[in-house]
Design a protein around this ligand. Structure first.
Ligand code: HAM
Length: 391
């Protein structure tokens, strides 16, 4: 990857404790969505409900903080499990592509992450993407905001849902994320965290905006993004899907300067994002951009009769040796049934290895679209077909 990120693969499961400490015990993920079980040694194990905590654990355990920092990693197709109500775009097992950068405190980190992601998505042809950004402050200024929010909510908290009431003391910021209509109505006039940021957070956020503007990345400030995980500090961002269900995010991420230390490592600023692979596919489909599935078989080698099975098998192998995706009969089918099969798997060509042709030293090649047929000399046929397919 051009921005210098290296691949990291972390296990599918981790100790439950990691997510309780990392993701936060008042979050929906920890309270409702984790697949947790005991292993044979009586340890509590959880299938990864997100990718960041595992990457941080690996960063600490492998002493990557002693390497040149920033240390930049990405994960691709990491399986993630959340016990959610399955519906379109919300799966119990999904896959994430994510990037995490450890050891960079400047907003250039977030700008680099967002530009790289934006380049990837626009490179796929996706349009109308807007990055929604917000700052949720740091341990210095967030307590002041919590107080302002609690002052505003005051008596109103009694009219809010049970979850909001439970969050009031422990994690009032998460109240802003409630999806209940009555809570949304109360929260819409609440004070904004952007008005309570300390100088450092304000400058960080302002520089990020200048960096995104310089890269011509369309963004909107959305003061209501708080994210569903507790580790974020300063910047949070999301890209919302254009079509499909309201409010479904294509991608989410942000800065998490306290997490490495909180999980037992040295104080290390960090930031990253995760994007759902299935949601990318959904958005590609919504925008009519899904490319046709690549052909699994370019050439189906049909045999005409029992004695042609061995030459047909050998011919398919010689095509494969030249890099052609070739297949031959494995089911003892008649020629007619072999053609039917070749049609079903959308083979571009059928090469017929038949007794008469074989005796004359040729194979017959049929273009399945144009239905044109031609004979090719046996000794050069594989090469000629390879040239035809791999131009
Ligand atoms: P997240 O927003 O919970 O963040 O998930 C990231 C992305 O994963 C979402 O934007 C969405 O595309 C996809 N996703 C989440 N849940 C589902 C689901 N049930 N079905 C299908 N796709 C889903 C995180 O997980 C953070 N670890 C991101 C991050 C990395 N922050 C910093 N570094």
């Amino acid at each position: 990857m051009e921005a210098g990120y290296r691949e990291i693969r972390t296990p599918v499961f981790e100790h439950t404790e990691l997510f309780l400490r990392g993701v936060g015990d008042t979050t929906d993920i920890v309270q409702k969505e984790m697949y947790t079980f005991q292993d044979k040694g009586g340890r509590s194990i959880t299938l990864k409900p997100e990718g960041t905590a595992g990457a941080v654990r690996a960063f600490i355990e492998n002493h990557l903080f002693q390497d040149a920092l920033p240390c930049k990693v990405y994960y691709l197709n990491a399986p993630i499990f959340r016990y959610e109500n399955p519906q379109s775009g919300r799966l119990r097992e999904h896959h994430q592509f994510g990037m995490e950068c450890f050891g960079g405190k400047e907003p250039t980190v977030e700008a680099e992450l967002i530009s790289t992601l934006f380049g990837l998505l626009t490179g796929m042809g996706l349009k109308n993407l807007t990055v929604h950004i917000n700052s949720i402050g740091c341990p210095e200024c967030r307590p002041k905001y919590h107080q302002a929010l609690k002052n505003y909510l005051g008596e109103r908290i009694r009219d809010m849902c049970e979850t909001c009431r439970a969050r009031f003391e422990k994690n009032p910021l998460r109240i802003l994320d409630c999806k209940e209509e009555k809570c949304k109505q109360i929260v819409k006039d609440a004070p904004l965290i952007l008005d309570c940021l300390c100088d450092e957070c304000r400058e960080h956020f302002s520089l990020l905006q200048s960096l995104l503007t310089a890269r011509q990345i369309p963004f909107e400030i959305d003061p209501h993004i708080v994210r569903g995980l507790d580790y974020y500090t300063k910047t949070v961002f999301e890209i919302i899907m254009q079509a499909g269900r309201e409010g479904l995010a294509l991608c989410g991420g942000g800065r998490y300067d306290g997490l490495v230390e909180q999980l037992g490592g040295p104080a290390t600023p960090a930031a990253g994002f995760g994007i759902g692979v299935e949601r990318i596919l959904m958005e590609l489909r919504n925008q009519d951009l899904l490319p046709p599935a690549p052909a699994v078989t370019d050439v189906y080698v049909a045999n005409l009769g029992t004695e042609m099975k061995i030459p047909a098998f050998a011919f398919a192998q010689s095509l494969r040796d030249l890099g052609v995706k070739a297949d031959s009969d494995l089911a003892g089918r008649s020629l007619k049934a072999q053609f039917k099969f070749a049609d079903k798997i959308a083979a571009r060509y059928v090469a017929i290895v038949g007794g008469d042709e074989y005796a004359r030293g040729v194979v017959k090649l049929r273009d399945m679209q144009t239905k044109e047929e031609k004979e090719l000399p046996l000794e050069s046929a594989a090469k000629e077909i390879a040239d035809l397919i791999i131009r």
